[in-house]
Design a protein around this ligand. Structure first.
Ligand code: ATP
Length: 322
């Protein structure tokens, strides 16, 4: 499966790198066209056969090969899973971390079956989304008695709590990602607590929600991969598979697997809030470029501890999401 960067505005196009863990030189500039995001996702014959070969049942195999349009999520998520497995099998500190993350996701599927996902278009949940689709695929292959091989994979229940000062680029990216990954996306306006309650109430079977939080995020240093929500918040288990990832890990994953991400990261933003509290990261500013202010893309930030320099106000209080 070939995926391009998001089609919004002028983005750069990721290219594969076979081994390097240094993410700072992986990109070549390219202008995305408006349709490239979805048009480049046709599955190849080999990808369809690979997906079919993961099935034990000959009848299901044949059904999938002859009716690809009925199995678009299964085939797409299968290709993502192959990419993830290839990365895990590399012998590197990052592949060890990735394996631990995948194990947490597999455990979450075993514990809760289909669980929810909180998505705000940021880079961390973009990583998580890619990994959850691969996890759902593995879960379905392992449990044909739960997810029938004769049907497509279920959609991932996803909540986007819309910021009161949204960046149009984030909203566009979320729409594109929803189309690409074919999610069951619900968009609810802030405030956060009411929005989460409304999401949980609308999906009473959901016991857990996965969140792209990392230990270095505000109020997150003591969290564990499975952490119940705090008192006073809607009740659910938080599944936090990328707690131990650092800034560099996030960009290694996104760039190595050509994962489409919000184009604001191309423009010098390194962490995204609302338009009222987010600026381009001053650490990425290119000096001496005439009158126009220019910034390097987010993945060029070498010191991950400066990630939040573009957030001009901290979150007012802890929340189950960040
Ligand atoms: P970045 O730090 O670059 O903005 P991010 O948005 O993924 O990336 P955080 O802002 O630290 O990371 O948020 C942590 C996680 O909390 C997100 O990955 C997402 O899962 C969840 N989250 C935060 N805000 C929202 C929201 N408004 N709607 C849904 N999920 C959210």
């Amino acid at each position: 499966m070939v995926i391009s960067s998001p089609p919004i505005n002028n983005c750069t196009q990721p290219i594969h790198s076979s081994s390097s863990e240094d993410v700072h030189n992986l990109y070549i500039p390219n202008v995305c066209t408006n349709n490239s995001f979805l048009n480049n996702t046709q599955s190849s014959k080999a990808e369809v056969i690979d997906c079919a070969n993961d099935m034990n049942n000959e009848v299901s195999k044949e059904k999938l090969i002859n009716n690809q349009h009925l199995f678009t999520r299964r085939i797409f998520y299968s290709t993502i899973n192959k990419d993830v497995e290839a990365l895990i099998n590399e012998n590197s500190p990052f592949s060890v971390k990735l394996r631990e993350t995948v194990e947490i996701i597999d455990e979450a599927y075993e514990r809760y079956g289909i669980f929810g996902f909180s998505f705000n278009g940021g880079k961390d949940c973009t990583v998580l989304l890619h990994l959850l689709t691969a996890g759902l695929y593995r879960y379905a292959v392992k449990h044909p008695e739960i997810i029938s091989p004769n049907e497509d994979l279920p959609k991932i229940p996803t909540v986007y709590i819309m910021n009161s000062f949204p960046f149009p680029e984030i909203d566009d990216y979320i729409k594109e990602a929803n189309g690409l990954y074919d999610l069951d996306l619900v968009t609810i306006a802030e405030p956060m607590k009411e929005a989460l309650k409304s999401f949980i109430d609308s999906k009473p079977h959901l016991k857990a929600i996965s969140v792209g939080v990392r230990s270095t995020d505000p109020y997150s240093e003591h969290l564990k991969p499975f952490t119940h929500t705090d008192k006073g918040w809607p009740e659910f288990m938080r599944v936090l598979p990328i707690l131990n990832w650092n800034y560099n890990d996030v960009w290694t994953f996104l760039l190595r697997l050509n994962v489409p991400y919000c184009c604001l990261y191309e423009q010098g933003y390194t962490s995204l809030g609302g338009t009222n509290n987010t600026i381009k990261n001053p650490a990425l500013k290119i000096e001496n470029d005439g009158d126009e202010e220019k910034y390097e893309p987010a993945y060029k930030l070498k010191d991950g501890s400066l990630e939040r320099m573009g957030r001009i106000r901290k979150s007012a209080s802890p929340s189950p999401l960040r």
